[in-house]
Design a protein around this ligand. Structure first.
Ligand code: SF4
Length: 318
């Protein structure tokens, strides 16, 4: 079936969502997504940043969908016409959603381990508003210990449910989830069980903000000071394909590889993530490439040797 998004027409299989169709086209017209994750089932529909305008429902029934629709949950119909970045109402709504997400999210990026790879940071940069109408205090939660590997900073959580889906779908005996409702909703392990399942570290990687971070990497370095390299090893528990983050010859952390949409290519086990921090454990295949605008590319070593810089100025000024 045919769908047109911001003037680009593409043919897709029945059952494809608007977001998936947009990703097939690629470029700026792809709606952002904080809660949807293509490798996990039943994700999406929580954060609302991917809202789009369906200006024509289908060829047969050209009536528009009256309200903005979540593109990650809305399946395309034959002849559907969708507006994303071409519709000012969508861009205004996206700004409002970002403002809503930031109502309770602390602006502690300078000390947050997720800084530089935070999807909310990127989203705010692109769609954020400078000011806010919200004058009340932000929500603050008591610190909660969820185990020796993952640090939970609940104040930063945007309740996207991605970590809950990882726990449901990758680990037996899920011991954490979202408890309470409304303003009191929070991620918790409730009965004080430590999250220690072999695949649990993937929760850190799927978390779009700094609410779940790696305790073994906490405050060790800013990610833009590290060199991310693609590496693999023979592992009997997972695919063994990871990104290792080097500082000199030392591995500071190991993560799963992410796509340009911030989703994991494949999940990795805790053995690869926490116990294989020696370069000799890995076969390194080359530097991991990031989008040009990413702060991770600061000190980029992808472009070969540095060129000589010639500064034409009076020597007395140098
Ligand atoms: Fe989402 Fe992270 Fe909160 Fe889990 S802890 S719900 S992954 S923001």
């Amino acid at each position: 079936m045919k769908v047109t998004i911001d003037g680009h027409t593409i043919e897709v299989e029945p059952g494809t969502t608007i977001l998936e169709a947009a990703r097939k086209i690629g470029g700026d017209i792809v709606p952002p997504a904080m809660c949807y994750h293509s490798k996990l089932e039943n994700t999406g529909g929580n954060c609302r940043v991917c809202l789009v305008k369906v200006s024509q429902g289908s060829e047969k029934d050209p009536r528009p969908i009256p309200k903005l629709a979540p593109s990650c949950k809305t399946q395309v119909m034959d002849g559907m016409v969708v507006e994303n970045i071409t519709n000012p109402q969508v861009l205004e709504a996206r700004k409002s959603v970002v403002e809503l997400l930031l109502i309770n999210h602390p602006l502690d990026c300078p000390i947050c381990d997720q800084a530089g790879e935070c999807e909310l940071q990127n989203l705010s940069f692109k769609h954020g508003v400078v000011d806010t109408f919200f004058k009340d205090d932000k929500r603050v939660f008591e610190p909660e210990d969820i185990g020796d590997k993952i640090h939970l900073h609940m104040n930063r959580c945007i309740l996207c449910y991605r970590c809950v889906r990882v726990a449901e779908q990758l680990t037996p005996n899920r011991v954490h989830g979202v408890i309470h409702r409304g303003n009191d909703s929070k991620i918790s392990n409730y009965i004080k069980n430590a999250i220690d399942n072999e695949m649990s570290g993937n929760m850190i990687d799927v978390c779009p903000v700094g609410a779940l971070t790696d305790k073994t990497f906490r405050f060790k370095s800013r990610i833009w000071f590290l060199k991310p390299m693609d590496a693999h090893r023979d592992c009997d528990k997972c695919c063994g394909k990871a990104t290792i983050w080097l500082f000199g010859e030392e591995i500071y952390r190991v993560t799963a590889r992410k796509t340009k949409y911030g989703e994991l290519e494949e999940f990795i086990c805790n053995t690869c993530r926490y116990d294989k921090k020696n370069v000799s454990n890995w076969t390194i295949t080359g530097p991991r490439a990031y989008e040009k605008w990413s702060v991770i590319n600061q000190n980029s070593y992808l472009n070969g040797p540095l060129k000589k810089v010639v500064i034409n100025a009076d020597k007395r000024l140098l």
